[in-house]
Design a protein around this ligand. Structure first.
Ligand code: HEC
Length: 189
């Protein structure tokens, strides 16, 4: 199951999706990023190997073009609209403020049937990355097998507004130094 990718659930991930995961790893999980350790050529070789491991990859098929849209320049100005869309589309699971405490949060299961909770969007690492395009991809195509549904039926501007709102919830970035937890404490927020 490939939850981090730029293609719909019933299609295999693109080479760039696989390469991105190898480069960046999965923040907040045990999967490290290999950027800086593996050359771009070595990463492509790993991707080529991964492709041979999945039967879902139809032989000889051309993957769809990757979804790599540029965010609108006035992204932060869309935060209010995003908050309203979030209340309608996302709060059932993520909770009104995105803390992962929506009414349905206790009843979600992953692809193996084990319980899974929505993240606390104000605190937890995003598995697919922090950039606006990463969040746009997660919202557009969901995370297969992880109970995060796709919202490709919303218009692109609506999805960008949701990105703006999610970004407004993200922890403030403080320069990391050894021994200091870079995340603000719950009390501080
Ligand atoms: C059916 C419940 C459900 C709904 C509805 C839902 N989500 Fe999620 N979402 C989840 C779960 C569960 C996860 C955590 C998956 C995991 O642990 O990998 C998640 C993860 C995410 C992530 C993190 C992606 C990443 O890279 O790690 C974002 C961002 C997100 N959701 C945004 C949204 C937005 C915006 C909406 C509304 C448009 C929404 N979600 C609707 C259940 C839901």
């Amino acid at each position: 199951m490939y939850s981090l990718r730029s293609t719909p659930w019933d299609q295999p991930p693109t080479d760039e999706d696989l390469a991105r995961t190898v480069r960046q790893g999965i923040p907040g999980s045990a999967m490290p990023g290999f950027q800086g350790y593996l050359s771009p050529g070595a990463i492509q070789a790993v991707v080529g190997h991964l492709r041979t491991l999945t039967e879902r990859w139809p032989a000889g098929s051309t993957p769809p073009p990757p979804l790599a849209p540029d965010p609108p320049s006035d992204l932060p100005a869309m935060t209010g609209q995003g908050q309203a869309l979030f209340a309608t589309n996302c709060a059932a699971c993520h909770g009104e403020g995105g803390r992962g405490d929506g009414a349905a949060a206790d009843f979600l299961v992953n692809g193996r049937g084990s319980p899974i909770r929505p993240l606390d969007l104000g605190r937890d690492a995003l598995r697919g990355g922090e950039q606006p395009a990463d969040i746009f991809r997660a919202i557009s195509y969901g995370l297969e097998g992880r109970s995060m549904p796709p919202f490709a039926h919303l218009s692109e501007p609506e999805r960008w507004a949701l990105v703006a709102y999610v970004q407004s919830l993200r922890p403030r970035r403080v320069p990391y130094s050894v021994g200091v937890d870079p995340r603000p404490s719950r009390e501080a927020r």
